[in-house]
Design a protein around this ligand. Structure first.
Ligand code: XMP
Length: 172
């Protein structure tokens, strides 16, 4: 099957940026008890590449959520009820693939705050330049992208294309 769409962000660009983010995150959390919560499945590759560069004391959790059908948000987040732990005293970093309407990260942040985290921050690989439905800002962002549906490096279209090593745009 030919590779679908056009490359927006290449594999070397992603690698370079992830290393820079990891360095900044490591510096910020020095001496603090860090728990990384990765949102599955979209953040899978970004999460793993980032975690490889973080300190050995870092705790890892994965939350499996779903809000997209095809190329559209359903406006509902499935899976949130079954996720969570007690994060008392922990500094929690939420890692996601993409910040779009802001709905997912707004809900996840609210939930983690309610689980007694000492601090909650957000790191996303991509920040889509769209009007947000919720006021969410990521503390660390890999790349800002225009309002396009993207695939690859964990991002999918109906479960396909996640394994592409770069970010691509499908023809509209
Ligand atoms: P919201 O709208 O809640 O979106 O900020 C967050 C989740 O929606 C998915 N999403 C995408 N998935 N290509 C994808 O493959 C996209 O362009 C895209 N935009 C949003 C993604 O799962 C993200 O965590």
């Amino acid at each position: 099957m030919p590779t679908p769409g056009k490359t927006l962000i290449s594999t070397p660009q992603i690698r370079k940026r992830v290393k820079i983010l990891a360095r900044e995150i490591t510096r910020h959390y020095r001496g603090k008890p860090l728990t990384v919560v990765g949102l599955m499945n979209g953040s899978l590759f970004f999460l793993v590449d980032l975690l490889r560069e973080l300190p050995v004391e870092t705790r890892i959790e994965c939350w499996r959520l779903k809000s997209y059908q095809g190329t559209r948000s359903t406006g509902k987040i499935q899976g949130l009820d079954s996720c969570g732990d007690d994060y008392s005293g922990r500094h929690v970093l939420i890692v996601d693939d993409i910040l779009d309407t802001g709905l997912t990260l707004h809900e996840v942040t609210k939930k983690i705050r309610g689980l007694n985290a000492a601090d909650v921050r957000i790191c996303v690989l991509l920040d889509k330049q769209v009007p947000r439905k919720r006021d969410v800002t990521a503390h660390w962002t890999g790349f800002q992208i225009p309002n396009l549906f993207v695939i690859g490096y964990g991002l999918d279209l109906d479960h396909q294309y996640r394994t592409l090593p770069m970010i691509r745009v499908l023809p509209s």
